[in-house]
Design a binder for this molecule. Sequence first.
Ligand code: ATP
Length: 244
Amino acid sequence: MSETLLKADALCAGYGDFQALFSIDFEVAKKETVALVGANGAGKSTLFKTIVGLLPVRSGTLSLGGRDITSLPAHRLVGQGLALVPEGRRLFKGLTVEDNLRVALDHGRHVDKGETAWTLERLYDLFPILAERRRQSVEKLSGGQQQMVAIGRALMAQPKLLLCDEISLGLAPKVIGEIYEMIPKIRATGTAIVIVEQDVSLAQRCADRIYCMLEGRITLTGKSSEISREQVTEAYFGVKHAVD
Ligand code: ATP
């Protein structure tokens, strides 16, 4: 693997008395695309929330670009280059497309000299339909367009690592295809990406590496091209399933 960007070492987290993550080792290299798969309740969203500081780390460590970020609060982590596209999008209702996109501008990472920053113009090139809808309230948009706004808003924070939680949830297959066409374009700008995806084949197609979670633990990791469907099935369900 090339230079490590994010590293979680023996990470544990939970809610009250409930432990949701058990000693998670998780790594993302610079410019890498990683998929995180697992059944409902496996702990994928919890891992994301812990990485971005929305849930405290109970034990273990987190580092970004070699810097310890274990105890940094969420608002500081945005400035360090972590951006989350949350499950369910969580857009600011009542605001226009453009105002939703602008929200992240003041809180994002400071872009280094020589780097190309994400601007409204660049986002509208990526999602031309958002340029047409820029003055509309986000509630008026289709689910796919709202998802584009959620991704765009996260990009406006100038992330080094973009964490996308179930960006295909509830969307029609054609729209999912349109959203996923953006992934290679975003990664081409040098941003590392982690996607949580229910569709394992889709996850394997677009990611360099895969992690599979089951009941709060990582049960499988490896290069997408080297992992068989049978291995994923076993890691996903925890039992051997017949594969035709
Ligand atoms: P899904 O696809 O359903 O979102 P997931 O893999 O993202 O699944 P999580 O949402 O991380 O799973 O949930 C992991 C575990 O933590 C589950 O047992 C869930 O019930 C529990 N959990 C999640 N959020 C909370 C919460 N706010 N309070 C208590 N338990 C929670």
